[in-house]
Design a protein around this ligand. Structure first.
Ligand code: PMP
Ligand code: GLN
Length: 378
């Protein structure tokens, strides 16, 4: 058949994990923890199954889980959401993003995407028929360039996508950043799609600021999050979307025919677990310790560490080590040194090369040490 996505191959995360496995490499490529979740979370899911919670939940998600999501937003951002009308449980953030895009973007609508961008955004926009304006974040600092964002906006802009804490760069938007965007969007009718899946992983005493924390943005924002990141269960593929009622009504029109709903026992387990704030409030310290351990190890190499304010990703500039392109350098790292990483060029539609790769440090100390030992040659 004629492809609907002619420029798209297999996602880099699948490609690099396969190469890591084939090479027996330490996999710091695809972002996922190599340690277990809280056993109490597994028990809560098993209990839900045994209690007979095995049929369809409501289309919008289990009320207790929607309420737990509202409570997290209240606790961390001081922002109220109506769990019935403004929150829907999704099959991971990926489905939340995809469904939001299909619900809001019509063929020919203009959409602004900041690059480097998570790799699911552009294919979803292409399927919706969007006219995409890709705006680069400032090279190497990965801060938003509001002059360039302003230049990309027009009266026809339907949607702007933002991701903070940012995958792959680990940068974090401040309230001042959001205020700049709010001012730029004020004269437009654009919606905002805010990918906040790493909301609980912000370091050094900084705090995540949700788009929803600014009333002007809350009114036009679809906020996406993922329990996989927060509770170390990326394979469960459960997330949530928050949006004002008129936006959520459109989201649910698509959601009901996209997946209809998300598996019941996991939702019960997640609801019970998330109701206890200690399960997400300690996450920043937990990952900051891993970040610091990994950075301290890399400091002995010629890799130049870029700042990491949040997420579980550390980017490095390898230009003092090799003149290979990013994908070739990742292949070399994986096959010769036995460590898998992700080329930043995979987050740019035009394959922009900066001599930067991304490592995931959501790993046990023994895994990080095994990788550091191999990277010590650099
Ligand atoms: N957005 C970003 C920025 C991500 O890093 C990820 C996970 N890799 C997702 C969305 C997708 O999350 P999920 O696994 O819940 O679909
Ligand atoms: N979000 C993860 C990453 O950036 C991977 C998710 C996936 O494999 N699709 O590494």
């Amino acid at each position: 058949p004629e492809s609907r996505l002619p420029g798209v191959g297999t996602t880099i995360f699948t490609v690099m994990s396969a190469l890591a496995q084939e090479q027996g490499a330490v996999n710091l490529g695809q972002g996922f923890p190599d340690f277990g979740c809280d056993p109490a979370l597994v028990d809560a899911v098993a209990d839900a199954m045994r209690a007979g919670h095995n049929q369809y939940p409501p289309m919008t998600g289990l009320p207790a889980l929607r309420q737990a999501v509202a409570q997290v937003m209240q606790t961390t951002q001081g922002v109220a959401y109506d769990a019935d009308r403004e929150i829907t449980i999704t099959a991971g953030a990926t489905q939340g993003l995809f469904t939001a895009i299909q619900a809001l973007v019509r063929p020919g609508d203009e959409v602004v995407v900041l690059e480097p961008a998570y790799d699911s955004y552009l294919p979803a926009l292409e399927l919706a028929g969007a006219t995409v304006h890709r705006v680069p974040l400032t090279p190497m600092t990965f801060r938003p360039d509001f002059d360039r964002i302003a230049a990309a906006l027009s009266p026809r802009t339907r949607l702007v996508l933002v991701n903070t804490p940012h995958n792959p760069s680990g940068t974090v938007w401040s309230r001042a950043d959001w205020q700049m965007l709010a001012d730029l969007l004020a004269p437009t009718d654009a919606w905002l799609l805010s990918d906040e899946v790493y909301e609980h992983m912000v370091f050094d005493g900084q705090r995540h600021v949700s788009a929803a924390a600014l009333p002007a943005l809350r009114a036009r924002a679809v906020v996406v999050t993922s329990f996989g990141k927060t509770l170390h269960v990326t394979g469960w593929k459960v997330g949530a979307v928050l949006a004002p009622p008129e936006l959520m009504a459109e989201f649910r029109k698509v959601h009901q025919f996209n997946v209809f709903t998300v598996n019941t026992p996991m939702q019960h387990g997640l609801a019970a677990h998330l109701a206890q704030p200690q399960h997400y409030l300690g996450l920043a310290d937990f990952y900051q310790a891993k970040r610091d351990h990994f950075r301290a190890g890399l400091a002995a190499t010629r890799l130049r560490l870029l700042p990491c304010e949040g997420t579980y990703f550390q980017c490095v500039d390898y230009s003092a080590v090799s003149s290979l392109g990013e994908m070739d350098f990742c292949r070399w790292l994986c096959t010769e040194l036995g460590v898998a990483a992700i080329p930043l060029s995979a987050f740019y539609r035009d394959g922009t090369e900066q001599g930067v790769v991304r490592f995931c440090f959501a790993k046990q100390t023994t895994t990080l040490d095994a990788a550091l030992q191999r990277l010590a040659r650099l």
